[in-house]
Design a protein around this ligand. Structure first.
Ligand code: V47
Ligand code: SF4
Length: 648
C-alpha cells in the first residue's frame, strides 16, 4: 500500500471508531473521490453511526411554516424567494391560517423560517411564536435561522443576544440550521454576497448555545464548491462546537437548480452520499446527521441512512424552499410512509420529538394509535387505514375494530397501502376502486356520501364555474384523485375535453383551487377564504353532482382486501355493524372534540356531520354506479386518456 492509501486507510479506521480525524486526514478522504472510496467511506461512517445510534433511524412528525416568500436577500441560488409583493408568486400567510394549520395537523414540531421582509417584522414573528406556545404547550418550535435573527437584531436595534433571549421567552425551543450555505468566502462573493459571512453565522449560533438554545447547522453543496471547501465547512462547525457546544444536527442540503440554474445541475446521489459519510466521520462532536429527503430526494435520502445518517427529518407537509426550486420529492409524507421508507432501507424507524428523543409510546397520534411498526403487537395484528378528516371522526370515536389498529393517511395514500397490502381495510375513495378490482371487496354498504352539498369537496374559484375555460388553471390538492375526477367530469361534460382548464402547480397563480376534507369545510365556513386568499365563488361539487343527476355522491366506501383472513373480515363486519347501531351517539360524541380541533362552534360542526351519509342506501349505490359509469364513458372520450392534470 502506498503512503497515500495508508493515510486514507488510517483515517477510515479512526473515523469508524469515532476518533477525531485531523484536518490532513479529513482532506485525504476527499483527495480523489471514487466509487470504491465511497464504499469504504460508507462502511466507516456506518460503523460510526451504529456505535452511536444502533440500527435506529429517527423521524419527526413536523410541519414547515414559511410565513412569506418575500425576501430582500437575493441569494442567487434561491428559487423560493421573490423581491416584493408585486411579484405574482409572492404570498404572505396570516396568523390565523398558521395557527389553524398547526391546530389541525397537531404536529410534534414546527419549523418556521421565511424571507427577510417588512411583512413579518420581528415583533410579529415573536408574537406568532407566543401564540403558538400559548395554544400548544408541548409543541417543539424550531424557528428563525441565524440570518433572520441577525435581521431582527439589526431592525429592532436589540442586538442578537436580546433577540434570542426574547425568542426563548416567547417559546422558541431551537434554531434551525439555515443560512450557513457554504462557509467559503469565494462562493459567498459569487452567489450570496448580501448574506452574513461565516464568522457572523457562527457567532449567532454560539450565542444561542451560550444561553441554552440548541441549534442545527446546514451546508449547501453542489454550487460549484470544491471538496476542500466542504471539508473546511465541516471543520469550522467542528471547532465552533468545541468552543461552544449546542449543535444537535448537521444537515447537508443538495443544491436544487430550478429552471434558471447558475450551474448545470444539482449534485448527483454519489456526491450526496459521499457528503453524508464524510460528515459522519469529520463531525465527531455533532450527535446527528440528517438525510433530508426534500433536498436529497427520497431514494438518496433513504440510502443515506447506510452512509452515516441517522435521521430523516420529518413528514414536512408544506415544504416550500426545495419544492420552489423544483425538488422532485413528494410535497409531504405521512408518518407511515416515513416509517416504511426507513424500514425498506433496512433500519428500525423511531418517531422522535424535536430534540431527538423517542416519542413516548403514550403520546400517540391524535386519531388514537401510534403510526409505527410498533403497532404490530400481537394484540393488534391488522391495520386499518383511517382518513384524517373530520367526517371520519365518528369512526374514530368508536375506536379500532377488535384486533386492529388505525393508520392515519390521506385517501390517495390509503389506496396505495391497500394495493401494497400494508393495510387490510380502508374507507377508500370511490374513484380509485376500479383499479383495485380483484384486490378488494366492499364491506357492506358503509362509506362517506352526500345527498347534496356537504362542504367536503369544494372548488374555490376566482371565476364563475361555468366560465372556467382552457385559458384558466386549477390547482388541485394531491390528497386524492377521486375528487379531481369529479371535477373533470363536471367541467368536461359541458365544455368538451379541449376546453378543460389547465392544471396549475402554483396555487398563487391558479384561477381556482380544488380542496377537500377539513380544508374544504373550513373554507366554506370562512366564506371562501383559503390560505389567505378569498375566492368569490365557492362551488360544492357534491351539490353540483346532485343538481345534475338527482343522485347522491359517494366519496368513499369501506373495503377490505380480498386476501384478508376470515377473522379479520368478521371483526371488520362486526365493527361496522356496531357503527350502524350507534351512529347517532357516535356522531354526537365526536362533535365537541371536532369543534375544538377546528376552532368552530359545535352547532356548525353538528350541521356538517348531519349532512354526511355513512350508512349507504340504494340511492347512494345508484349514485356511485352512475359516477363510475359516467367517468368511464367520459375518460374514454379523452384523446390522451385521463387529463394530464390528474396525477397518476
Ligand atoms: O439556508 C435555499 C437552502 C436553507 C435552495 O434545521 C436551498 O432542521 C438547495 O435551513 N437548493 C433553508 N437549497 C432550509 C434549512 C433547513 C432545512 C431542513 C432542516 C433544517 C433544520 C433546516 O435552504 C437555506 C439554503 O441553504 N436553499 N434554496 C436551493 N435552490
Ligand atoms: Fe432570502 Fe433565504 Fe432565499 Fe437568501 S436563501 S434569498 S435569505 S429566503
Amino acid at each position: 500500500m502506498n503512503s497515500r492509501a495508508q493515510h486514507i486507510a488510517d483515517a477510515l479506521v479512526k473515523g469508524a471508531a469515532g476518533r477525531r480525524l485531523n484536518p490532513s486526514e479529513a482532506m485525504a478522504l476527499v483527495d480523489e473521490p471514487t466509487p470504491d472510496l465511497l464504499q469504504a467511506l460508507g462502511d466507516a461512517a456506518h460503523a460510526n453511526r451504529v456505535a452511536r445510534h444502533g440500527n435506529r433511524a429517527t423521524y419527526v412528525f413536523n410541519v414547515q411554516i414559511n410565513p412569506s416568500n418575500v425576501c430582500s436577500g437575493r441569494c442567487e441560488f434561491c428559487r423560493y424567494s421573490v423581491e416584493s409583493l408585486d411579484d405574482p408568486r409572492a404570498y404572505s400567510l396570516d396568523e390565523h391560517e398558521i395557527l389553524e394549520k398547526v391546530t389541525h395537523l397537531a404536529p410534534t414540531e414546527v419549523h418556521i423560517t421565511g424571507g427577510l421582509n417588512d411583512l413579518w417584522p420581528y415583533e410579529r414573528c415573536r408574537d406568532l411564536v407566543r401564540e403558538l406556545r400559548s395554544q400548544h404547550a408541548a409543541l417543539h418550535i424550531k424557528a428563525f435561522d441565524a440570518v433572520e435573527v441577525e435581521h431582527f437584531a439589526t431592525a429592532s436595534g436589540e442586538g442578537v443576544a436580546g433577540i434570542l433571549a426574547e425568542l426563548i421567552d416567547a417559546g422558541v425551543n431551537a434554531l434551525p440550521g439555515g443560512g450557513a450555505e457554504m462557509f467559503s468566502e469565494r462562493l459567498r462573493q459569487r452567489f450570496w454576497p448580501g448574506k452574513m459571512p461565516a464568522r457572523q453565522w457562527l457567532a449567532v449560533h454560539e450565542q444561542a448555545h451560550r444561553i441554552g438554545l440548541p441549534t442545527n447547522a446546514t451546508m449547501l453543496f453542489g454550487l460549484g464548491d470544491t471538496w476542500e471547501e466542504r471539508v473546511d465547512h465541516m471543520l469550522a462547525l467542528r471547532s465552533s462546537q468545541d468552543r461552544c457546544p449546542g449543535y444537535e444536527c448537521f444537515i447537508p442540503l443538495a443544491y436544487q437548480p430550478g429552471d434558471t440554474d447558475p450551474v448545470a445541475h444539482g449534485p448527483t446521489p454519489f456526491v450526496s452520499l459521499y457528503v453524508l459519510a464524510l460528515a459522519r466521520l469529520v463531525l465527531d462532536n455533532i450527535p446527528h446527521i440528517k438525510s433530508y429527503w426534500p433536498s436529497l430526494g427520497v431514494p438518496a435520502a433513504a440510502a443515506g441512512l447506510g452512509y452515516g445518517a441517522d435521521d430523516m427529518d420529518g413528514t414536512l407537509s408544506e415544504e416550500r424552499i426545495m419544492h420552489a426550486a423544483g425538488a422532485s420529492a413528494p410535497g409531504g409524507l405521512a408518518r407511515r410512509r416515513m416509517a416504511e421508507m426507513i424500514t425498506i432501507a433496512g433500519f428500525e424507524p423511531v418517531e422522535r420529538d424535536g430534540l431527538f428523543h423517542p416519542v413516548a409510546a403514550s403520546r400517540g397520534d391524535r386519531i388514537g394509535t401510534r403510526v409505527s411498526p410498533q403497532d404490530d403487537s400481537a394484540s393488534r395484528p391488522f391495520r386499518v387505514s383511517m382518513i384524517p378528516y373530520g367526517n371520519m371522526a365518528p369512526y374514530v370515536q368508536l375506536g379500532p375494530p377488535e384486533g386492529g389498529s388505525f393508520v392515519e393517511e390521506f385517501p390517495r395514500a390509503s389506496l396505495a397501502s391497500l394495493r401494497a397490502g400494508s393495510v387490510v381495510a380502508s374507507c377508500a375513495p370511490v374513484g380509485g376502486l376500479p383499479r383495485l378490482r380483484g384486490t378488494v371487496d366492499c364491506l357492506g354498504a358503509f362509506g362517506i356520501a352526500a345527498r347534496g352539498p356537504v362542504q367536503s369537496v369544494l372548488l374555490l374559484s376566482h371565476v364563475p364555474f361555468d366560465d372556467l375555460r382552457a385559458s384558466d388553471s386549477v390547482w388541485v390538492t394531491d390528497e386524492t384523485a377521486s375528487s379531481v375526477r369529479l371535477l373533470c367530469l363536471l367541467l368536461g361534460r359541458d365544455r368538451g375535453s379541449g376546453d378543460l382548464p389547465r392544471r396549475a402547480f402554483d396555487l398563487a397563480q391558479a384561477s381556482a383551487a380544488l380542496v377537500i376534507g377539513d380544508n374544504a369545510f373550513l373554507a366554506h365556513v370562512r366564506d371562501g377564504l383559503y390560505r389567505g386568499v378569498r375566492y368569490p365563488h365557492v362551488i360544492d361539487l357534491s351539490g353540483e353532482w346532485y343538481q345534475r343527476t338527482g343522485l347522491p355522491f359517494v366519496f368513499a366506501r369501506w373495503v377490505v382486501r380480498r386476501d384478508a383472513p376470515a377473522h379479520v373480515r368478521e371483526s371488520l363486519t362486526a365493527w361496522l355493524e356496531q357503527f350502524r347501531s350507534r351512529e347517532d351517539e357516535l356522531v354526537a360524541a365526536a362533535v365537541p372534540g371536532e369543534a375544538q380541533r377546528l376552532g368552530l362552534p359545535a352547532d356548525r360542526v353538528a350541521d356538517y356531520h348531519a349532512g354526511v351519509v355513512r350508512v349507504l342506501g340504494p340511492d347512494e349505490i345508484r349514485g356511485q354506479e352512475a359516477f363510475l359509469r359516467e367517468w368511464r364513458l367520459y375518460s374514454g372520450t379523452l384523446a390522451g386518456g385521463e387529463p394530464q392534470w390528474i396525477a397518476p
